[in-house]
Ligand binder design. Structure first.
Ligand code: NAD
Length: 497
């Protein structure tokens, strides 16, 4: 048997081992006997070295004109494009989602990198008249310094790109800690940046575990901002950890996204959306469609057809083109999902299909779960209120439009929502009244594009937005500049009265 591939951290432009000289395994969730490779089990000392490298590198990186920084990003995007297939296959191996979806994940990183490269020639500020004569006023964006990033496993290349690319184009340097289940895809992203010629110390990768590596990043006095994507529980700890040093912190956390299907909806379209939104990425998306409020007039028909469609999904190895749904990321996640199914049954929800681990043959080597649908749910049930993060969709019959919106809004999360209707008035009311950062009309709750703001309200986020031009607001400070060319002292609010 070939020896396992050994991967390293990337600190100050070099691939280096952790000071611990220990490693952890990255396993294939489709077949846990397959080892993707060994990754450094990093320590706080590794983080310190990475932060110091980033702090030093920022001194010259911030002075490189933004269009020049953009040229490096353009080269990185082309690198990613060239290696898209290889990176997608490696992502399916480490994460489990089907190849069509990992291609989408890599494509999202490509899109984000091209988009932010373009921002190198924009980053517009304002010019505005001064209230005083012969005085000029304007604003410019100014970088923050070293940015720490902590990312989850479900979009292991796209999410790191949402953070790294806007940070770099604004003149910041980066230390990123990817999720321990999927470090290879972030490694590949960082390799593409290295190939593109990013100067030493500008991007640093430190692999390892949450508290040990993430905790050190959060607490480090030289880190000016932290961008975190993950669970609401860990996000709260990250926020608290950033508070003593007043770090800027961007939190993208859990979701419990609802789809509303009205009686006038195009039923076929809504069913297609429910299957894709509910079972795409094995339900492991922050924007997954996990609750569906269905009008009572079409409820029975909708629930029957959706259950049939879920039962017919081909679950298996994501490398096989005929497979529609891959495994869960690991055994822990499978236990969480199974635990929620038990909770749902205990609460009196009606199990329409699934509700069990898939076993036998190749299934025994991985973490596979049957696509699961609960019917006749009450909006107060825990399976309706709490994030499950697996292939479980719960249906709630609703009486009318107002009831549907009330149900959709009745959770602590606020990331994404969807409504299927052909009534333009209802569509606009829903766009206004659904309490989420993203609303889809006649499309499922998943499908964000990189040039539009991404983020949630309530306990999903803390007011920032990733992607689009809005990402620049997190990664830069506004600096206000006054230039007086009158050659005399002019006092604002006093001399011009
Ligand atoms: P998680 O919160 O367990 O871990 C996320 C990251 O935080 C990992 O890198 C982990 O190592 C690190 N971490 C864990 N404990 C830490 C600590 N004490 N200090 C610092 N870092 C720590 O989440 P996960 O299981 O990797 O991902 C699933 C969650 O992510 C779901 O809740 C999902 O909704 C959420 N998510 C949200 C978005 C979004 O944009 N809103 C996108 C994707 C995933």
């Amino acid at each position: 048997m070939a020896p396992p591939k050994i991967y390293k951290n990337y600190i100050n432009g070099e691939w280096v081992d952790s000071v611990s000289h220990e490693s952890f395994e990255n396993l294939n969730p489709t077949n846990r006997e397959k080892l993707i490779g060994l990754f450094p089990h990093s320590t706080p000392e590794d983080v310190n070295r990475a932060v110091e490298a980033a702090r030093e590198a920022q001194k010259s990186w911030r002075l490189l004109p933004a269009p020049k920084r953009g040229e490096i990003l353009y080269r990185a995007a082309r690198q990613l494009l060239e290696r898209k297939e290889e990176f997608s296959e490696q992502m399916t191996a480490e994460m489990g989602k089907v190849l069509a979806e990992t291609r989408g994940d890599v494509q999202e990183a490509i899109d984000m990198t091209f988009y932010m490269a373009g921002e190198g020639r924009r980053q517009f500020g304002q010019t505005t008249p001064s209230e005083l004569v012969n005085k000029f006023a304007m604003t410019v964006r100014s970088p923050l310094g070293v940015c720490g990033m902590i990312t989850p496993w479900n979009f292991p290349m796209a999410i790191p790109s949402w953070k790294i690319m806007p940070a770099l184009i604004c003149g910041n340097t980066v230390v990123i800690k990817p999720a321990q289940d999927t470090p290879l895809s972030t490694y590949n992203l960082v390799s593409a940046l290295e190939e593109a010629g990013v100067p030493r110390g500008v991007v640093n990768l430190v692999c390892g575990f949450g508290r040990e590596v993430g905790g050190q990043l959060i607490g480090h006095p030289s880190v000016r901002a932290v961008s975190f994507t993950g669970s609401t529980e860990v996000g709260r700890a990250v926020s608290q950890g950033c508070a003593p040093t007043f770090k800027r912190v961007c939190l993208e956390m859990g979701g419990k996204n609802a789809m509303v299907v009205m009686e006038d909806a195009n039923l076929e379209l809504a069913l297609d959306g429910a299957v894709w939104g509910g079972f795409g990425t094995t339900g492991q998306r922050c924007t997954a469609t996990s609750r569906i409020a269905v009008h009572k007039d079409i409820y029975r028909q909708f629930s029957e057809i959706l259950s049939e469609r879920a039962r017919a999904l081909h679950v298996g190895d994501g490398m096989d083109a005929s497979v529609q749904m891959g495994p869960l990321i690991n055994e822990n996640q499978l236990k969480t999902v199974d635990g929620y199914v038990e909770i749902g049954k205990g609460e009196g929800a009606k199990l329409l299909t699934g509700g069990h681990r898939l076993t036998g043959g190749d299934y025994d080597k991985g973490s596979f779960y049957a696509p699961t649908i609960f019917g006749d749910c009450d909006p107060k049930m825990r399976i309706i209120q709490e994030e499950i993060f697996g292939p479980v969709v719960s249906l709630i019959p609703v009486n009318n439009f107002e009831h549907a919106l009330e149900v959709a809004n009745d959770v602590v999360y606020g990331l994404s929502s969807a409504i299927y209707t052909r009534d333009v008035n209802r569509a606009f009311q829903a766009m206004r009244d659904l309490e989420t950062g993203i609303v889809y009309v006649n499309a499922p709750t998943i499908g964000a594009e990189t040039h539009l703001p991404f983020g949630g309200i309530k306990q999903t986020g803390n007011g920032h937005r990733e992607a689009a031009v809005t990402a620049l607001d997190f990664y830069s400070e506004w600096k206000t500049l006054y230039i007086d060319y009158s050659d005399r002292l002019q006092r604002a609010q006093i001399d011009n009265q």
